[in-house]
Write a protein of this length. Structure first.
Length: 174
């Protein structure tokens, strides 16, 4: 790659890093081409990108982005997984793949500028995905008004029963 190509590559990667909600740096050394393609496919399913990048170029592209927080961990053979939406999905994909293929080592990740180590990435992978969390939030939000309506309905029903009892009592006493 000549100097002009490197500058263009760094600028393009810098733009992608600025847009990314999260980034994960992994050691891919020892992975076969088929395994790398399988990993790319798994990450693509969760709307993440995976690219092998020279550390020097990745460090230069990271300057001024949230990924700069993990610049110290960019040593040795590195590849980066970028996600622009849900950070849980790519973390799960990487952790699951690393369990299956022992050669893949998760070095570090960053979410919104905060660095997380390998254990943090594993903890993140244990969380439910964005869609599941949104569904849970919606069900909780929906449950509150439903419970309120039921409570009001119960009060009105009890009031109606009391009024009927009073009416029946008056009718029998006459």
């Amino acid at each position: 790659m000549n100097k002009d190509e490197k500058v263009k590559f760094i600028d393009k990667l810098h733009g992608r890093l600025e847009k990314a909600q999260g980034a994960f740096v992994v050691d891919y050394q020892g992975l076969k081409v088929g395994e790398m393609n399988r990993l790319r496919g798994e990450l693509r399913k969760v709307n993440a990108e995976f690219e092998v990048v020279k550390n020097r170029l990745l460090k230069l592209a990271s300057r001024g982005t949230e990924t700069e927080s993990i610049i110290d961990h960019m040593r040795g053979p590195s590849a980066v997984a970028l996600t622009y939406e849900d950070v849980v999905g790519p973390a799960k994909a990487l952790v699951d793949f690393a369990k299956d293929v022992k050669k893949l080592k998760i070095k570090v990740g960053q979410i919104s500028g905060r660095a997380i180590d390998e254990n943090g990435v594993k903890d993140l992978a244990g969380l439910p995905g964005r869609d599941v969390l949104l569904a849970q939030t919606l069900s909780v939000m929906q449950a509150v008004p439903t419970a309120f309506v039921r409570a009001l309905s119960g009060v009105l029903t009890n009031l109606m029963n009391v009024l009927r009892a009073i009416q029946e009592q008056k009718e029998t006493s006459q």
